[in-house]
Design a protein around this ligand. Structure first.
Ligand code: ME8
Length: 518
């Protein structure tokens, strides 16, 4: 049983509409998953939704629905977003799934049995209107509470706590010994800075069911439901457990379904998440796993946040990018291309409509689209679509791009990989301009040279389809179809120069990216 490359996204809260940030994270994770498969690894890609918690409970109440009905309706919307984004996910987790509740119960039971959990009462100030405990930071400088909190009562509340402090030094040592565990480096440094600056407080892992009932009850104390983060993080091991992965089932004493062969996924290879939830993934999650006797994920990969037109994305101000509307207008691959090309994984990004249009026009329509269309149209016109004998003018440029893309994909440098692909596109477009095949076609003495030029261009298009597959799967498949090649261009090894054979007949060229001049 070979362990698969296991990659996950954050699971999205379903109390609002999907936005650019959600879509971006899912697309970069999909590109990494597809890239691994193209490079020959068996990959398993998990995404899903985070359905419990107060906000969902309140939103359901506001619509006069039960929380379950409300979540079932939203799950359809979020699953259709995954389809719309062209995600190649192998599973879609919902935290309301029975399989998930079982695993949350199992990890809590184990921690309780080990004496890692204890019940304690906490005195604090509670906002009735916002249904939340306030901290000293929420106080006005004069000691009063802002009117937005409504009535604030001092309250004693019992809850269950998870002992974290005893793992603090272990985690610091682990982060120092494993620099790739949290990436980029500046995020790892933030986590280390946080861990070294203060003693880690025990984590409150419940809410009283009397206050919040939309959650997973504690198996040993049903007056409490599991705190939303303890519930949510566990999703990453739920799916391996449901597939009988012994790396999860054995430490948690879960039975494997012996009727089915089990799938080895854990530990995850990459958890892709946003910068705001690094602490949960790089502090709480490793400590939960360590305490429960499970292996740690190999990497937490934190991406930055998008703004739009230089301002925070916000539904209330209307400053939003609706990924579905963009895809409906411009096509899925235009959306995927822009977000991956514009923003490297790590720093923050800024979506501008003008920037989106500019990249569409210059890089997709005039760059890739024009190269493929003119290359294949000339082959059709001058040689009846029949591939001439191999020639090698662009072989070195292609080999350079192939090597660079491979090495960048192995390091999850997606933006860099696209830059290397576009260097080849630019070079090939220059080659058309320099060799001027339309002129060669007018001179019968130049027929051998025209053959060479046409071979170079068609073969470059074939290689581009392979290199682009993880990023632009629809476009890449269309290039392959136009080349008359059956099957999907999803194997990186086939990118090597010379794959196109003399005498092969291509299909029909058609524009890949319609011009949007209006
Ligand atoms: O945090 N730009 O859910 P969520 C880029 N349920 N990414 C963004 C973004 C933006 N403007 N806004 C949000 C949660 N994201 C939890 C996760 S995981 C066990 C539980 C990213 O719906 C955000 O950083 O608030 C996170 O990775 C993801 O979208 C889901 O955010």
């Amino acid at each position: 049983m070979n362990k698969r490359f296991y990659i996950t996204t954050a699971i999205d809260y379903t109390n609002g509409a999907p936005h650019l940030g959600h879509a971006y994270e899912k697309v970069i994770t999909d590109v990494i998953a597809r890239a691994r498969r193209s490079l020959g690894q068996e990959a398993f890609f998990l995404t899903g939704i985070d359905e419990h918690g107060q906000k969902v409970q309140q939103a359901a109440q506001a619509e006069g629905k039960t929380a379950q009905v409300y979540c079932d309706e939203l799950a359809v919307i979020w699953q259709s977003l995954a389809t719309k984004l062209g995600l190649s996910n192998d599973d879609f987790i919902r935290t309301t799934d029975a399989r998930h509740k079982k695993v949350v119960g199992a990890i809590l039971t184990k921690l309780k049995a080990q004496d890692d959990l204890y019940k304690n009462s906490h005195t604090g100030f509670y906002s009735v209107r916002e249904e939340t405990f306030l901290t000293e930071k929420d106080r006005n400088p004069d000691g009063t509470w802002d009117p937005k909190w409504g009535q604030v009562n001092e309250l004693i509340e019992e809850n269950w706590y998870f002992k974290m402090g005893k793992h603090q030094q272990w985690l610091i040592d682990y982060l120092e010994a494993n620099p790739s565990f949290v990436q980029p480096d500046y995020r790892r440094n933030e986590v280390l800075g946080f861990l070294k600056s203060q003693p880690l407080e025990d984590l409150c892992i419940t809410r009283p069911a009397a206050r919040l009932n939309w959650g997973i009850p504690l198996p040993f104390d049903p007056d409490f439901v599991t705190y939303v983060w303890f519930d949510a993080l566990t999703n990453y091991i739920t799916v391996p457990a449901s597939l009988g992965d012994p790396a999860v089932c054995e430490p948690l004493s879960l039975s494997t379904n012996s009727a089915q062969p089990s799938t080895a996924l854990w530990p995850a290879d990459v958890h892709v998440i946003g910068k705001d939830i690094v602490k949960f993934h790089a502090v709480y999650w490793p400590i939960m796993l360590q305490a429960a006797g499970l292996a740690l994920p190999k990497q937490i990969l934190a991406h930055g946040w998008w703004q739009k037109e230089g301002a925070k994305i916000s539904k209330s101000t209307g400053n939003i990018v609706d990924p579905i509307a963009v895809i409906d207008e411009w096509g899925l691959d235009a959306f995927r291309f822009y977000v991956v090309r514009e923003l490297d994984i790590g720093p923050d990004g800024n979506w501008t409509d003008a920037g989106f249009r500019a990249r569409y026009q210059a890089e997709l329509a005039n760059g890739l689209g024009n190269l493929v269309n003119r290359s294949l149209s000339m082959l059709k016109r001058y040689r009846d679509g029949i591939v001439p004998a191999p020639a090698n003018d662009l072989a070195d440029d292609a080999a350079k791009a192939i090597a660079e893309v491979r090495s960048k994909l192995e390091k999850n440098e997606l933006q860099g990989a696209l830059q290397s692909v576009w260097a080849l596109i630019t070079r090939a477009n220059q080659f058309v301009d320099q060799t001027a095949p339309f002129k060669l076609a007018k001179d019968p003495a130049q027929a051998p040279r025209l053959d060479e030029v046409l071979y170079n261009l068609a073969e470059t298009c074939r290689i581009l389809a392979v290199l682009l597959w993880p990023f632009l799967p629809t476009t890449s498949t269309r290039i392959n179809e136009q080349l008359g090649i059956s099957g999907s261009p999803d194997g990186f090894a086939t990118a090597a120069w010379g794959g196109l054979k003399q005498g092969h007949t291509i299909g029909s060229p058609a524009p890949l990216f319609p011009r949007k001049d209006a």
